[in-house]
Design a binder for this molecule. Structure first.
Ligand code: FAD
Length: 255
């Protein structure tokens, strides 16, 4: 069985600087893999450990991916090999990303299952997996909490608000897994050393047959939320007057 886990590199949250005009500066950010995408890698690894096969990672993004530490990190998490699509184009929307993932997957050859995280751990649109399934023309299911592969189909459990849904899906399919599906393994020293020797294939957009992908919409701005000045009214004491005063203030605020 061939499984492809899609992983997005995201900036380390604590390195993101909010400038005076509420822009987000990533100039000093270290890059890492999104926490939710590690669940997609772990889910793939557990299936391969049960039914056998190969687990590939697929990452698309800008020149920040040209980072040996980042590549070694994801390869040490249980992947057999890694595919990267790198392009100078700046940030893309989910539809463009899904279109690039689709073209890369077609170039990578046969596959049985594509796994995505619940959402990227920065923008968290939770759209890319669904759009990828639509573009590939294969079944796509999100909120997947358990996967059992049985020959050419998978039985999956979905965590809905008040119930657990069990579905039988023909393969190949795209499944977006929840963060509760597993606990991603921590790479040991042996995994980190082995990661150096694992195959890595890098494509440009042209090499996967794409000149450019038109966005589905235009991002007009991405700004940090405005700071709201909080007011603190501290009333001290337990007397009836203090309590009356407290109630009056609450009523005034609610009006
Ligand atoms: C050429 C290029 C340049 C980019 N440059 C930047 C940049 O400069 N800065 C920046 O922050 N982002 C950049 N990106 C990433 C891009 O903005 C996001 O991948 C895209 O908008 C997805 O939206 P989301 O994060 O809300 O994903 P969601 O829809 O929340 O993601 C759902 C799932 O889809 C999969 N997925 C999403 N994105 C990717 C990905 N890139 N690779 C593999 N799997 C993925 C993951 O499994 C993820 O859990 C770039 C992408 C491309 C293709």
């Amino acid at each position: 069985m061939r499984i492809i886990s899609c992983c997005k590199a995201v900036p380390e949250e604590q390195d993101i600087i909010v400038t005076k005009d509420r822009q987000l500066s990533l100039s000093r950010a270290e890059w890492k893999f999104g926490q939710y995408d590690l669940n997609a890698v772990e889910a793939g690894k557990q299936i391969i450990e049960t039914v056998g096969g190969k687990l590939s990672g697929l990452v698309v993004g800008g020149s920040y991916l040209d980072n040996p530490k980042l590549k070694k990190d994801i390869l040490s998490r249980g992947l057999d090999d890694l595919y990267l699509v790198m392009d100078e184009q700046t940030e893309t929307d989910t539809y463009q990303t899904a279109a690039i993932l689709k073209a890369a997957i077609m170039k990578m050859g046969d596959f049985d299952l594509i796994l995505c995280g619940a959402g990227s751990s920065d923008l968290y649109a939770q759209e890319t997996g669904n759009q990828l399934g639509e573009l590939l023309g294969i079944p796509v299911v999100n909120a997947v909490n358990k996967i059992t592969v049985q020959g050419e189909k998978a039985v999956v459990e979905r965590m809905l608000e008040n119930e657990i849904q069990v579905l039988e899906i023909p393969l190949p399919a795209v499944l977006s897994v929840t963060s509760e599906i597993n606990t991603p393994r921590i790479a040991g020293m042996r995994d980190i050393i082995a990661a150096r020797k694992k195959p890595l294939t890098q494509f440009t957009l042209a090499e996967i047959g794409l000149a450019a992908v038109e966005p589905s919409g235009r991002i007009l701005s991405t700004l940090a939320p405005g700071q709201v000045d909080r007011r603190l009214d501290l009333l001290e004491g337990e007397s009836d007057e203090v309590i009356d005063d407290f109630v009056k203030k609450l009523i005034a605020e609610l009006k």
